[in-house]
Design a protein around this ligand. Structure first.
Ligand SMILES: [Zn+2]
Length: 158
């Protein structure tokens, strides 16, 4: 099922990724799921909770807090998640997925990404090289959670 995105939302993800470099940025993708495509209508940038290592470690501990920081991990605050979901529902929008950046790494999901993803949702990853946003890809976790497959990204003009 392709993910359809327009240039404004795409630019919003790219700008957020550049702004937060060299940290990972993250956010939520809202829109409508149709029978044959997901229409991405809104990008909601959020703070990466790994900026607050003590709180992040309480919520979702990492094995090595010295090396697993906001530069290579992201975490969405559950309170932000609830607020965004509630607001989306009130406006008739659905959560289609999430985006985050990979500072100085290719836009491919890490094992950490796989372990913290759910099937169906789109996981958009954007590479940022030396502060400049580069390749962007969308991924969907297989039902058996074994691996991600690349999702077709259609850039639209609407
Ligand atoms: Zn990642």
């Amino acid at each position: 099922m392709p993910l359809q995105i327009n240039k404004t939302e795409l630019e919003s993800i790219r700008a957020h990724a550049a702004r937060d470099y060299p940290s990972e940025c993250c956010g939520v993708l809202l829109g409508h799921a149709e029978d044959d495509a997901k229409l991405l209508l809104e990008v909601v940038p959020l703070a990466n909770l790994r900026h607050d290592p003590a709180r992040a470690q309480e919520l979702l501990p990492v094995d090595d807090p010295g090396r697993e920081t906001e530069k290579n991990r992201f975490l969405i605050d559950p309170l932000d998640q609830l607020r965004v979901e509630k607001d989306a529902r009130q406006r008739g929008l659905e959560v289609l997925g999430y985006y985050h950046s990979h500072p100085d790494h290719p836009p491919r999901p890490s094992i950490y990404d796989r372990d913290h993803a759910w099937p169906w949702y789109s996981y958009v990853i954007i590479a940022v090289e030396q502060g400049v946003p580069k390749d962007l890809m969308s991924w969907v976790l297989e039902e058996d959670r074994s691996t991600f497959r690349a999702e077709t990204l259609a850039i639209c003009d609407w």
